[in-house]
Design a protein around this ligand. Structure first.
Ligand code: WQD
Length: 338
């Protein structure tokens, strides 16, 4: 089928585009390159032999986006586009609510105008907040994020459920990602955060490649095996394959339904440092600092629903993630600006 991928030049978007093309789907990327590089299309073509079509457009420019949508005439949409930095969202909530909600409304109105009703939505494990204890289950209790970014995901999940409840014919997957890391095995695409990375894996990789001097470990006094925070890291290619599985499931599923995309295995900060030292053959200097406000001690997925209903399970382990992430960083020390 023809899939419109918003934010398709981004980290998870580009890996999902590769998986879609490899499965024989046709892809149009809708991206304004505000937080990504046009070089990604060259890299996707180098990996797959196919250059995805492009609509260079801002979803918030509703008239321009509608025209691009009408021209593409997609059969389905995967919606990645949005702001996603937790700390930034706490500093500027209005920007985050206006952008993430407004861009999704623009998309939904275009889908309705052009009779497209299949949508895979990029949600996040952040929606679990600290309501239930891990492993998190999709129906384990109310959703309640601890930051504005996460609240945009809680709100958009509710909005999509309400739309699917009010109007028949919608096929909507709400995919709750845990912690995506790693890169395609080619080393041609990967995570390229702008500025100093907020997240652990890209920060560690920039220390390993010499762009940053040392890592600050945000607390080692958590109630965990080694005192550092534990997360469910998932290889970005496993995550991409989960999107394709969800898209194909929607052909026989009506309404809106959430699925966790994680491995079900928690890994600590110190274990991550060791994995990346092993993969890169380089020391990762670090010092232990205070806890980061809002951090949870532990987070990991119950993976049963995705396995049972999507026929999907992550297959790559932390060593795979570290090895592939390092290859991308070593080959692209300054990301796509090299
Ligand atoms: C992981 C662990 C930190 C950086 C965030 C968002 C979430 C999702 C994924 C979008 C924690 C520790 C980190 C550092 C550290 N993004 N850490 N030093 O916070 O689990 O999730 O990214 O959907 O919404 O909240 O990921 O990589 O920031 O942190 O010690 O310099 O690494 O305390 O234990 P997090 P993270």
């Amino acid at each position: 089928m023809h899939v419109l991928v918003t934010g398709g030049a981004g980290f998870i978007g580009s890996h999902t585009v590769v998986s879609l093309l490899e499965r024989g789907h046709r892809v149009t990327i809708a991206d304004d390159f505000d937080n990504s590089s046009p070089k990604v299309l060259d890299r996707i073509e180098a990996i797959t032999g196919i250059r995805p079509e492009l609509a260079e457009v801002d979803l918030l420019d509703e008239a321009a986006f509608d025209a691009a949508f009408a021209a593409a005439k997609p059969d389905a949409v995967i919606h990645f586009a949005g702001l996603k930095a937790v700390g930034e969202s706490a500093a500027d909530p209005l920007r985050y609510y206006a952008h993430n909600l407004g861009s999704t409304f623009s998309l939904l109105r275009a889908m309705k105008r052009h009779d497209v009703s299949t949508l895979v939505f990029s949600s996040s494990a952040t929606v679990y907040g600290d309501v239930q204890q891990p492993p998190y289950t999709e129906d384990g209790g109310r959703l309640d994020a601890t930051n504005p970014y996460g609240m945009t995901k809680v709100m958009l999940e509710r909005i999509l459920r309400d739309i699917a409840g009010a109007e028949s014919g919608w096929h909507i997957a709400l995919l709750r990602y845990f912690n995506p890391i790693g890169a395609h095995e080619s080393g041609l695409i990967g995570e390229d955060p702008s500025g100093i990375p907020n997240n652990l894996a890209p920060y560690i990789l920039q220390v390993a490649v010499g762009r940053l001097p040392r890592l600050s470990v945000f607390g080692d006094d958590y109630p965990t095996a080694d005192g550092t925070g534990e997360r469910d890291y998932i290889h970005v290619v496993d995550l991409a394959e989960g999107h394709v599985a969800a898209l194909e499931k929607l052909a026989t599923t009506e309404g809106a339904r959430a699925w966790n995309l994680g491995t079900g295995t928690p890994t600590s900060v110190l274990q991550m440092i060791a994995a990346f030292e092993e993969a890169s053959g380089r020391p990762i200097p670090y010092s232990v600092g205070p806890r980061r406000a809002g951090d949870l001690p532990q987070s990991w997925a119950d993976t049963g629903r995705a396995e049972a209903e999507l026929g999907w399970k992550a297959t790559r382990d932390i060593a795979d993630m570290a090895r592939d992430g390092w290859r991308w960083q070593e080959q692209n020390p300054r990301g796509f600006s090299d």
